[in-house]
Structure formats: structure tokens, C-alpha cells
Design a protein around this ligand. Structure first.
Ligand code: SF4
Length: 727
């Protein structure tokens, strides 16, 4: 007890004293740091530069890193309050092992020995493929590179994937099919330099808020936003296309039809750099404006206007995010976007790009350096040449490199349900909130013999189920690099010591390799993350994602630079892929792909009459593990809600702020606050996906894109009931 306070002698003057800070002005004295540490934001893929203010060894404030090329002196609410994530009460601070049903504290040495022994024993009993690994987009690139080697070569399983499959796998697959390789061709600057910007399923204002300044800086553009909701981004548009759920592919084919029929294409580009035009032309016959108007709910005039604006633009930009990717037709829709860019030659030039804006801070790092859906450096599992190249760099026998990718995320879950996967290692992700149709996942996890969860936070719904919890250092506590959506590599720096006994993921991987006896072979001479980065530079050399010219010293000098940068080359301000019209296919030509529209898998019925859409809100991040502990973000958005059109609510006798249940064939989310708004069209409802307490993934559907394996989060059939009505 504070006696001075009880006796009225302590008026909290220290707590509430103010002082003048050179950068922020008159401010709380305890928030004035001793020094600033430059780094990169650890939330989303925009990749803003940020500085952490450190006082007496603690992170006390955050501010924009003014010289950083991405954010130009601005941060969104999450970035501005990011330092709060470091000392939140739910940090994992020491290893825990389940003993007699309870998680008990143990030491690191024992934790890693138990993990190595249990994983080895499982693989001995059931085969190497009985081990699965689910990783993340949150680690630094050096850690992804290290982890990939450990999983594929150390443990010898290729059943390795990341939560990135829940997020942008369709963009990856689509780029691979159309251009022969992953890799977003454009840059953020293109949003400033395009005269026509089409955003499809991309609510930048909530999901990538700092990118809005690129749009706002461009006074000469026409901004068209295709979204079933009148999202905050749709409110910024010159033209909003409120298309029916999952009719984007029909719209894109309809635009392509008009471009071809009215000769709004760049024939020279098509002839010189693409393959498949004749077939595409025939295929597009069926996407007449009349039919597309019927499928999308948009007028023929609007579809024409969109096509003509894009076709006649000097530089046309198409950006997309999860509205496209979260679908059983995600890959096909990405191909249809790439078709438009190829037909018009809107690629590889300033302002002209088909551009996937990805999700997590380092989803790009795992796409490039990871060893999950591709071999490192965008090499292909199925290419003998790629496998031979990699084996030569690593000095290992080629036969150790898998000839095909292992199970993707949903297939690992299904394999756990079927007891083919017996042990699972989950790293920096929280599937017990984020995975669709939670019931299937719970079933799979309950079948496991051993579950290890490595995370910076505990408890989370997923760590609570673990047999072993490994506490990891997070953003601000470790070093490395992130790569953002425009291929810009940015340094991540340590500002404070990890909490408790937490260790960086890099340290954990090396220590585990030591236990397995493969450290010397896989990571000879490595002691720091820079050692991993330098090996990765060699592995990427000569590839599309060439990092060989990027060093830590160069990043310190320039703040952040884009790949590709070959050794010895000087960094440019902005680079674009495919400027020479040469693609990563065997004949160097990009593919025009015929992709047919189909209705989404679960259509509304009399019993489940609404189409449920899910998404984010600007205040929170993913499963809210971090942001619910940040006071200002949590106060701004403390609970989930369900958006419904007032006409539907009137029919159901519901009013704003009523407590409702959302029910699908798979489950029920109870006691959600109803919000009535014209943002959502009649027949549709929307709910954010961040909230474990009212988890929308109890009702979402486990249907997946057949190529990318990304879930169809965006549309499923539900009904809405007043809470307690049928309890
Ligand atoms: S826009 Fe993304 S990267 Fe930038 S501050 Fe916000 S969360 Fe961080």
C-alpha cells in the first residue's frame, strides 16, 4: 500500500508532471525518452518507418521516422501506440510445459530438449510427415530463412506453411500463373502517378491507412472502388461500384470484354509480351455487358465507364487486398486483374501496375526467403534446376530438397483431424481465433500428441491449448528486416531487452538446431541475424527477388530500399518489375488466363438468408492479441459488432444496439451488438474478425481456393436472431 497516497501526501505529481520535448512539444514528462531507436512498424505490410522512444531501458513512446521513404512523417493509430505492445500484461515470459494437465514453468534447456525429443519420437513412430509447422508473416526475414532450413532440412518435413495462406496466398498463386513468379510489379508511388486507380476489395482506409496519403496526393486521378460495402475507402472514391458479393471476377471479365471489343487494348504489347490472346478473346465472348450487369448488379453504363476509363488511361493502377484473395476464386480473380493490365500494357511503368497490397508486416519476407510454398528465392520445388542450384549453394545433396511442397495450412489441419499429423509447431499465430470454421480446427488440435506454440504472448486461445509454450521476443526486442508490399526492405532494430526469459525466434531456432545436432551443418559460423541475412543475399543473387546488393550498412544509410538490387548497384528511389516486358515464364511471355466466374459456394437460403462478409477495423490487428492491451485502441473499439441494413432490421423487428446471435450451419456467435447502417446493402451483413470473445470464425466456412488453398472468409450464409430468442 502507498501510505503517502493514503495520507494525502502524494499528489501523483511525478505521474502527471509535464515537460517540453523537442519533437512533441509540451508533453507528459515520463514520455520524454533518453534516445530514439529507428525501426519499422510491426503490424501491417505498408511498412512505415517508426522510432521508438526509450527511457531508462523501457519503450515509452513511438513517433514516425521522418526520413523513411514510405510514410512521410505519418503513422496510423496502431503505429503511434505500438510501444504499448511491449509491456502488456499478456506477454509470454518463460517456457511452460503441460504437466498433469497444467502449464508449469520450466527452463529453456528442458523446454528445447523436450520439444526435440517429442518431435523426433513422433517422426520415428509415424514418419517424418507426421510433423506439421504453421508459421506466420510476423517474423523478420532472417528468421523465416533460418526456420525454413530448420523445418525442411533439420526436421525433414515439408508439411510447413504459414498464416499467410489465410491472407495473400491467392495473390501469390495468381502472380505465379500470370507472370511465372510471385512478386508485386509496382510501387506505392504508382498510386500518385496513375490517372486511373481501381481498387477491388481493398479498404485501404481501415487496413492500410497510411497508403491513403498516396491517393490523396494524386489530384489528377479517377478513383474507382469496387466493394459490396460503402467502406471508408469507397467514400473517398469518384465512382463506387457496389457490386454483388463475389461478382468481381465477372466484372473483370466484363471489362476485358469491352476492352477487346472496342479496341481499347495495346495490341503491340499483347503481341510482343503475352501468350493466349486468341483463346482469351473467344472466352470473353460470354461476358457481355448485359450478362455482367446481371451478375454484378451494376448498370451496363457503369461497367462501360469503368472499362473506358481504364482502357484510355495513360497509366492505370489496379490494387487489391483480401476482398479478392479471401475466396474460392481468389487465384482466378488475380489472373483476371493481371489480364486487364496485360491487355492494356498497364504494367512495368510509372503509375501502371496490377498491385497486390499484402497483409502482415513481413508476409513478403516469408514469400521470398521462406521454404513453405516455394523454395527460397522464388525457386520452384518442381524445377530440377532450381533444386540443384540451391543444393550447390548450401553444399548439400540435392535429394534432401523436397520435389514438391508439402501440405498447405488447411490441409495440415485436415491431416490433424485424420491423425496423419501427430505433432504441430505453431509460431506467432493464433488460429483458435483466425481459422475459419473453428470446430474443425478444435477437432484437429485435440487429436494431436504434442502441440508446441511459440509466441510473444500468453495466454492466447491457442497457447492455452499447448503442451509446450515457448516465449518469444517481439517487435522492438529484436533485430532483422521486413519487406513491405512494394518490395521495400526496411531495417528492424532492437530498442529494449525481451521481457522475462523470452528469446528472439532466431535464437530459439539456432538453439533447437543445436539440440537436433544440425546447427553446424545448417548454420555454420552464424551468431547474429546479420549472418543469416548475408547468406540469404547469396541465395537470392540472380533471382527476381535479388537482395545481393542490400546490406545492413546500406539500409542504415538509405532507411529502406526495394529489391531487386544486385551487388554493386546503386539503389533507385523507385523500381518496377517487368519494365522490359520479359516475364518469368519459360518463353518470357506473360499468360492471358481464361477464368470463369462461378457463384460462391454457400448461397443464402430461406433459413440462412444473409450473406456474411468479414473484415478489419483500423484500431485492431488480427486476433487482437496485441491491440486489446493498447488502451487507446481498445477504448476506441472494445467489442465486435454486426452491421445490417436498416430495411432488413425493420423486417426482423431489430433495432440498433440490440444484442443478436449470428448463426450458420457450422455454429453460432452470441451476443453481438447490432449496428444499423446503409454502409451494408440489404441481404448482407458484416462483422469484424478480431474478437476472440465473439469470434466470427465460429460461423465462417472452411471452403478453400483449389490452387492457393486460401479460405473463402468473405461470403457464407447466416441468419441473425435476437440473443436469447432460441437459447
Ligand atoms: S499503416 Fe501499417 S505499417 Fe503504417 S503505422 Fe499503420 S499499422 Fe504500421
Amino acid at each position: 500500500m502507498n501510505w503517502k497516497r493514503t495520507l494525502g501526501l502524494d499528489n501523483l505529481s511525478e505521474e502527471y508532471s509535464f515537460a517540453r520535448d523537442e519533437s512533441t512539444g509540451y508533453t507528459s514528462a515520463k514520455k520524454i525518452p533518453d534516445h530514439w531507436v529507428p525501426t519499422t512498424c510491426g503490424y501491417c505490410s505498408v511498412g512505415c518507418g517508426i522510432e521508438i522512444g526509450v527511457k531508462d531501458g523501457r519503450a515509452v513512446t513511438s513517433r514516425p521516422f521522418a526520413a523513411h521513404p514510405v510514410n512521410r512523417g505519418k503513422l496510423c493509430p496502431k503505429g503511434l501506440s505500438e510501444h504499448y505492445t511491449l509491456e502488456s500484461e499478456n506477454r509470454a515470459t518463460y517456457p511452460l510445459l503441460r504437466q498433469n494437465g497444467k502449464l508449469m514453468r520450466i527452463g529453456w534447456d528442458e523446454a528445447l530438449s523436450v520439444m526435440a525429443e517429442r518431435f523426433r519420437a513422433t517422426q520415428k513412430a509415424y514418419g517424418p510427415e507426421a510433423l506439421g509447422v504453421l508459421s506466420t508473416g510476423q517474423l523478420v526475414t532472417e528468421e523465416f530463412y533460418t526456420l525454413g532450413k530448420l523445418v525442411q532440412l533439420g526436421f525433414g518435413t515439408n508439411n510447413y506453411d504459414g498464416n499467410t495462406t489465410l491472407c495473400m496466398a491467392s495473390a501469390v498463386s495468381g502472380y505465379k500463373v500470370s507472370f511465372g513468379s510471385d512478386g508485386p510489379p509496382g510501387a506505392y508511388e504508382d498510386m500518385e502517378r496513375a490517372d486511373m486507380v481501381l481498387l477491388i476489395g481493398a479498404n485501404l482506409a481501415d487496413n492500410h491507412p497510411i497508403l491513403c496519403q498516396y491517393l490523396e496526393a494524386n489530384r489528377n486521378k479517377t478513383l474507382i472502388v469496387a466493394d459490396p460495402r460503402v467502406s471508408k475507402t469507397a467514400m473517398m472514391a469518384d465512382i463506387h461500384l457496389p457490386l454483388k458479393p463475389r461478382s468481381d471476377l465477372a466484372l473483370l471479365n466484363g471489362i476485358a470484354h469491352i476492352l477487346v471489343r472496342y479496341n481499347l487494348i495495346d495490341r503491340e504489347y499483347v503481341d510482343g509480351h503475352t501468350a493466349g490472346f486468341a483463346e482469351l478473346e473467344r472466352f470473353l465472348d460470354r461476358y457481355t455487358p448485359e450478362r455482367v450487369a446481371e451478375l454484378t448488379g451494376l448498370s451496363e453504363e457503369t461497367i462501360f465507364k469503368t472499362a473506358v476509363l481504364y482502357g484510355r488511361a495513360k497509366a492505370g493502377f489496379i490494387g487489391w487486398t483480401m476482398g479478392v484473395n479471401h475466396s474460392t476464386l481468389g487465384t482466378a480473380t488475380v489472373n483476371a486483374i493481371c489480364n486487364l493490365a496485360l491487355l492494356t500494357g498497364h504494367i512495368g511503368r510509372a503509375g501502371a501496375s496490377p498491385f497486390s497490397i499484402t497483409g502482415q508486416c513481413n508476409a513478403m519476407g516469408t514469400r521470398e526467403a521462406g521454404f513453405a510454398s516455394s523454395l527460397p528465392g522464388y525457386r520452384k520445388f518442381e524445377s530440377a534446376q532450381d533444386r540443384a542450384d540451391l543444393a550447390a549453394i548450401w553444399g548439400i545433396d540435392e535429394s534432401r530438397i523436397p520435389i514438391k511442397r508439402g501440405l498447405a495450412y488447411p490441409d495440415i489441419v485436415e491431416a490433424a483431424v485424420a491423425k496423419r499429423i501427430r505433432a504441430l509447431w505453431i509460431i506467432a499465430t493464433n488460429p483458435l481465433v483466425s481459422y475459419p470454421n473453428q470446430d474443425v480446427l478444435r477437432n484437429g488440435l485435440s487429436n494431436l500428441d504434442f502441440l508446441v506454440v511459440q509466441d510473444g504472448y500468453h495466454p492466447t486461445p491457442t497457447t492455452e491449448l499447448a503442451d509446450l509454450v515457448l516465449p518469444a521476443a517481439i517487435w522492438g526486442e529484436k533485430e532483422g528486416t521486413y519487406t513491405n508490399s512494394e518490395r521495400r526492405v526496411s531495417k528492424v532494430n532492437q530498442a529494449v531487452a525481451p521481457q522475462g526469459e523470452a528469446r528472439s525466434d532466431f535464437d530459439i531456432f539456432l538453439a533447437l538446431a543445436e539440440k537436433l545436432g544440425c546447427r553446424e551443418e545448417l548454420y555454420s559460423g552464424w551468431t547474429t541475424v546479420e549472418d543469416a541475412f548475408n547468406e540469404w543475399r547469396r541465395v537470392s543473387q540472380g533471382r527476381l527477388c535479388d537482395y545481393s546488393g542490400i546490406s545492413y550498412a546500406l539500409l542504415a544509410e538509405h532507411g529502406a530500399v526495394q529489391w531487386p538490387l544486385t551487388e554493386g548497384a546503386a539503389p533507385q528511389r523507385t523500381s518496377r518489375l517487368y519494365s522490359d516486358g520479359q516475364f518469368q515464364t519459360p518463353d518470357g511471355r506473360a499468360k492471358l488466363v481464361c477464368t470463369d466466374w462461378a457463384p460462391f459456394p454457400e448461397q443464402p437460403t430461406g433459413h440462412y438468408p444473409f450473406v456474411l462478409n468479414t473484415g478489419r477495423t483500423v484500431e485492431h490487428w488480427h486476433t487482437r492479441t496485441k491491440t486489446r492491451e493498447v488502451p487507446i485502441l481498445e477504448r476506441l473499439s472494445p467489442r465486435a459488432w454486426l452491421e445490417m441494413n436498416p430495411r432488413d432490421a425493420k423486417r426482423l423487428g431489430l433495432r440498433s444496439h440490440d444484442s443478436v446471435d449470428v448463426v450458420s450451419r457450422r455454429g453460432r456467435v452470441r451476443a453481438v451488438e447490432l449496428r444499423l447502417t446503409e454502409i451494408t446493402a440489404p441481404g448482407q451483413v458484416f462483422m469484424p474478425f478480431h474478437f476472440a470473445e465473439t469470434n466470427v470464425n465460429e460461423v465462417t466456412q472452411d471452403a478453400f481456393d483449389p490452387i492457393s488453398r486460401e479460405p473463402n472468409y468473405k461470403q457464407c450464409a447466416v441468419r441473425v436472431e435476437r440473443s436469447g430468442a432460441n437459447a
